[in-house]
Write a protein that binds this ligand. Sequence first.
Ligand code: MRU
Length: 347
Amino acid sequence: MRYEVNDPVRLTDDGRAILAIDQTLLPNRVAYIRLETPKEMFTALKRFQVRGAPCIGIFAAYAMFLQAKVFAGECQDKETFYQMMHTFAKYLSTARPTAVNLPWALKRMERTAANNMRRSFETIIEALRKEAENIHEQNIETCFTIANYGLVLVNDGDGILTHCNAGALATSRYGTALGPLILGAEKGMKFRAYVDETRPRLQGSRLTAYELTNAGVDTTLICDSMASLVMSQGKVNACFVGADRVAKNGDTANEIGTAGLAILAQHYHIPFYVFCPTSTIDVTCDDGSKIVIEERDPDEIKNEFFRSPVAPEKAKCYNPAIDITDAGLITAIITEQGINYPPYDFN
Ligand code: MRU
């Protein structure tokens, strides 16, 4: 596979570690981290150095391949090997509880190992490498297809409001929700992007604004609280967001603030579109009420990205990372298989 500089995760050339862009340092510094041990891999997810649902899935697949090589050298029999793989997968999956691409990729890798159990360790490892590369390559193709579908929904010159980051950094290459904007720019289209800064982790200002300006898209950063005014001024023709997990009925878990945006969009009669690969759809989950909401360190709200605390020490903070957008607020869900309109019933 041909790796590109802007792949947020990939294997190192020596094939012994994952090389990832440290997303916590953007937009000020583009630096790579090398991740080799289970602890390093877990921590990279926990610290959001690697983030975005599909990207986490690709990362997990490479992590399983790398660990499989270590386990194969440590144990004699396949049963122990499989157990070690399973334990590692469980460990990694606890780093981010909401994004379904993480358990999805881990299961796919475990299945690959199980399907090859009768073969030599060498063959199993090779099958795991291929599967991880397939997951990565499929995501690249998927994002491109999604970007093309997205372009059908908007007109040249439209204002598009987006939240958090669903670009190449969160996936690979075009991204999901940012795909139509980036592909559109390549085709000479002139969209106007409004980017929510996305408190408290600022993925919008740090990552989305970085990706869109680099792609030559007309980009205006706004605070999350400004979305209503910007919509009321007629500047927004559509909202484009990604997803961490979509339930069977279309209820969608995504970065905190997404649901509020969907409610505003309905008020102003602005179409609200969710973009995701089918791997983000959790067909075992009937509706949004069953989705586990990830909670982050409350300290993020007061301290992260500020020189000194922006609230008194005694003030408590509640910091849920994800909210659920009711399917009834979503105009369409766009996957690599097409544009899905309500009522949603994914199988
Ligand atoms: O920074 P994260 O991992 O919490 O990002 C969440 C999102 O904003 C996304 O929209 C999501 O993971 C989909 S990314 C294509």
